[in-house]
Design a protein. Sequence first.
Length: 184
Amino acid sequence: MRAKVNIDIANTEKLVGKGVKDSKKTMSQLIGVFKDEEAFKAADQDQVVYEVQAYMPVEEGKKGGLFWGNSMVYPGKVGTEYHMTRGHFHSNLDTGEYYWCLKGEGALIMMDLDRNCWYEEMKPGTLHYIPGNVSHRVANTGYEPLFFNACWPSDAGHDYASIEKEGFAARLFEVDGKPQLIKE
Ligand code: 6PG
Ligand code: NI
């Protein structure tokens, strides 16, 4: 059984200092991410879909360090597909990562190099190990903002290009009020 842990989000603020990178992704920056192009065009392009605050105490690409991210995905859907992050493989393909859900409801969608896709339900206190060679993205399946933390090696890097080109082999839609992973 998984332990249920409540942590105070403010605890992570002590990590804030040197090497902090804030980024926000608005709908307009997520062209091609969602399946329903008409619904995407009709959506408010200025709305923020997700935010990441990354704490990078060593130079990016340097081996041996660890980075920490505070991520938040706003609730909503494009058509029936949940708001989600772009998703990526790490450039150093075999590097893993931990995700830790603080607040909200979501799904960590993963895909291996053979394009097998699966997901893990995220709720407050769930810890998720993302193995190396596995691409990862997070969808908000609830009605409140979804907060999660991430911890990854400082030399992992991000490969967004392969997901932009090939996409994930499955997508998470709301079907009869519930998330369902549907193959492309
Ligand atoms: C990482 C993490 C994580 C991720 C964000 C936003 O490797 O940096 O997986 O911090 O970057 O949740 O997702 P995208 O990077 O896919 O936009
Ligand atoms: Ni990652």
